[in-house]
Write a protein that binds this ligand. Sequence first.
Ligand SMILES: Nc1ncnc2c1ncn2[C@@H]1O[C@H](COP(=O)(O)OS(=O)(=O)O)[C@@H](OP(=O)(O)O)[C@H]1O
Length: 203
Amino acid sequence: MPRTLGTQITMEKTPSYFVTREAPRRIFTMSRDTKLIVVVRNPVTRAISDYTQTLSKKPDIPTFEGLSFRNRSLGLVDTSWNAIRIGMYALHLESWLQYFPLSQIHFVSGERLITDPAGEMGKVQDFLGLKRVITDQHFYFNKTKGFPCLKKTESSGLPRCLGKSKGRTHVQIDPEVIEQLRDFYRPYNVRFYETVGQDFRWE
Ligand SMILES: Nc1ncnc2c1ncn2[C@@H]1O[C@H](COP(=O)(O)OS(=O)(=O)O)[C@@H](OP(=O)(O)O)[C@H]1O
């Protein structure tokens, strides 16, 4: 971790920590005061996004429909496939709660991060105990990108959107498979909402 002054906070971003079994203990051992931020989105959309990203790097992989099930006609979802397993948020959260209180974990809605980036960033700043510096004035909706972008960056003063790998057009998936996955995730989602005390309204 980089060294910081007393007036600074260190931030580190590794999406895989949330689903890595040893991560909570290791981070707790390093600093029990660490604040954790997790961006969560509808696990079905997340799985399709994950698959779309992998497909762009390895075009020969099997279909999403094929990878999602151990036995599709029996509705047996393959929970060993990472794209599926990662979205079982309630399970992963349990490991973190063995070390960190819920008050030290903040969940950002991936959906609201797109529809209301300033609102979500406002809550992140509050959670970190920072003055709300990032506001609505920092964002604009870029029609070409189809996502909110920054009006200007600190370094160049120019507008900046996220790169091509963020906000790809998703692969078309059989609607029946989407329905099966929604059914699969529902109990995990409900348990997750109950644990964090927030309904993300994923349907
Ligand atoms: N402002 C803005 N611009 C572009 N994309 C945005 C933005 N806000 C959120 N998102 C969503 O971020 C998704 C990609 O983030 P990831 O977490 O998958 O990235 S990574 O794991 O760090 O590579 C990406 O997912 P996909 O749409 O599936 O590509 C976006 O939906």
